[in-house]
Design a protein around this ligand. Structure first.
Ligand code: AMP
Ligand code: ZN
Length: 114
């Protein structure tokens, strides 16, 4: 989508530090990390919010979550623990309208979030 920041990162029109890419997903470092690891996992296809997911997207979302677990394992904090978050729409503070799974880890995380 023309005016979407994460589509531009996927298309390499905006720079980012890539962590992983495959046919369906791209993962990159969050520009304003909230933890020692803060990675965003995004589908290549533009999907604005969780509310726009289709039944056919079950596998895609599963692969996003699995990718988070694999990155946590690769970075050595899978057993210590980590958090995955999807923010949806204004009340959750969604600021980029292309779905993304936050992976936060590498320190003890407080609960609940604000
Ligand atoms: P959300 O508030 O859930 O929509 O999360 C959007 C995230 O994108 C925030 O954590 C931002 O720090 C992050 N972000 C914004 N611009 C960039 C960028 N150019 N590269 C990497 N991460 C970004
Ligand atoms: Zn997009």
């Amino acid at each position: 989508m023309a005016d979407c920041l994460f589509c531009k990162i996927i298309d390499r029109d905006v720079p980012a530090t890539l962590v992983h890419e495959d046919g369906d997903l791209v993962a990159f470092e969050d520009i304003n990390p909230g933890a020692p690891t803060h990675v965003l996992i995004v589908p290549r296809r533009h999907i604005a919010t969780l509310n726009d997911l289709l039944a056919d997207d079950h596998d895609l979302v599963g692969r996003m979550v699995r990718r988070a677990a694999l990155i946590a394992r690769d970075r050595g904090f899978a057993e210590a623990g980590y958090r995955t978050v999807f923010n949806c729409n204004a009340d959750a503070g969604q600021s980029v309208y292309h779905i993304h799974l936050h992976l936060l880890g590498g320190r003890k995380l407080a609960w609940p979030p604000g």
